[in-house]
Design a protein around this ligand. Structure first.
Ligand SMILES: Cc1cc2nc3c(=O)[nH]c(=O)nc-3n(C[C@H](O)[C@H](O)[C@H](O)COP(=O)(O)OP(=O)(O)OC[C@H]3O[C@@H](n4cnc5c(N)ncnc54)[C@H](O)[C@@H]3O)c2cc1C
Length: 326
């Protein structure tokens, strides 16, 4: 992946129209649309770009790319972006967002951008990837038995034995395919579905309580140690996620109770000209949803930019367009 700058000089728009913050599945999708639509834009990423998708061992549930490795899909999207004349500005984190009406500012580690609109696609943080939060062995067997996504990885555990330590919903997804599913209770408070033990058991999900101390294995995960007892299993599903950072609240964005950015179906936030897409808008946390929302956010941004230019030219077509759903 190249560090660098957007390459395409849009023919008729000299000003910076759009900043896309984050170049994971959602941000790359928005950027590909922006490049194809000749929007004058910049896409920045705090790291290399690609986001969480780069950690996926194999992707089975993204229509059209079944069996691809995460890094391969990332490369495909980056190449598609570059073929259309744009590049990700890597290792350029956004540090401050200031959104006054009609005056948007994105301060990154290197630049102060003043775009006409912004798409936030910064994803969420998986706490298990941080040393201080993860269970011992969690990162070691990530993709080799440890999973953060039941909807993504359930087919890999067909006929196997799995432990779910987190979202009870994952246990229901896995109960369809795995030979044995054990839920490690009690259900953490952060999950809305506080499913009682009897309901889990009525769905062929074993219920135990205890403290998950560490994971053990060889080339793949073999067991979970709970309250000092080694329990053999092929998979462990852990899901501890954290949304957003203070920069969103400080910028005046409306957040959900659990910290995700609220949007409508057009991916508009409560601030005019600011859109959000991907994991940062909340569940489900999936590549296909992120890619779809990135595309919608970019189309909405284009409509916003065009309506604004019309108004500046003295036309008032915006309302008619909105009624026509353009
Ligand atoms: C191990 C694993 C396997 C998975 N497998 C699958 C699967 O098989 N199928 C599936 O559908 N989903 C899968 N997922 C989930 C999927 O990867 C995510 O839902 C999806 O990639 C989210 O994309 P996103 O663009 O919204 O966010 P992210 O991928 O999190 O991307 C956000 C980007 O924003 C950047 N960023 C963050 N903060 C800033 C900032 N301040 N300034 C600039 N940039 C910033 C980050 O560096 C990152 O590149 C998996 C996830 C994991 C962890």
């Amino acid at each position: 992946m190249h560090a660098g700058f957007y390459g395409r000089e849009p023919r008729n728009v000299p000003e910076l129209e759009l900043v896309i913050v984050g170049a994971g599945a959602a941000g790359l999708s928005a950027a590909i649309y922006a490049a194809l639509m000749e929007i004058n834009f910049v896409v920045v990423d705090a790291e290399q770009g690609g986001g969480l998708m780069t950690l996926a061992k194999t992707i089975e549930n993204m229509p059209g790319v079944s069996g691809k490795r995460g890094p391969e899909l990332t490369q495909t999207l980056i190449e598609q972006l570059e073929r259309n004349g744009a590049r990700v500005r890597t290792f350029e984190p956004a540090q401050e967002l200031r959104f006054a009406r009609g005056d948007l500012a994105v301060q990154t580690s290197r630049n102060a951008y003043r775009p006409k609109c912004v798409i936030i696609a910064t994803g969420l943080e998986l706490l298990g990837l941080r040393e201080e939060y993860g269970v011992e062995g969690e990162r070691e067997w990530l993709g080799k038995g440890v999973s953060y996504c039941a909807e993504c990885d359930a087919p890999l555990f067909r006929g196997k034995s799995v432990l779910v330590a987190g979202n009870p919903f994952d246990a229901f997804v896995l109960a369809r395919v795995a030979a044995q599913v054990t839920y490690l209770g009690p259900v953490p408070e952060e999950f809305r579905s506080q499913v009682p033990r009897e309901i889990l058991e009525a769905n062929d999900i074993d219920y135990i309580e205890g403290d998950l101390q560490r994971l053990e294995g060889g080339t793949v995960l073999e067991a979970a140690v709970i309250d000092g007892v080694r329990r053999p299993c092929d998979g462990v599903f852990i899901s501890r996620r954290k949304a957003g950072t203070e920069i969103y609240a400080d910028a005046g964005l409306k957040l959900s109770r659990d910290g995700f950015i609220e949007t409508n179906r057009a991916m508009e936030t409560n601030i005019e000209g600011v859109f959000a897409a991907g994991d940062i808008t909340g569940e489900p946390w999936q590549i296909s949803k992120s890619v779809g929302e990135g595309a919608v956010a970019c189309l909405s941004a284009f409509r916003f930019l065009t309506g604004r230019r019309m108004r500046n030219l003295g036309w008032a077509l915006q309302d008619e367009w909105e009624q026509a759903g353009i």
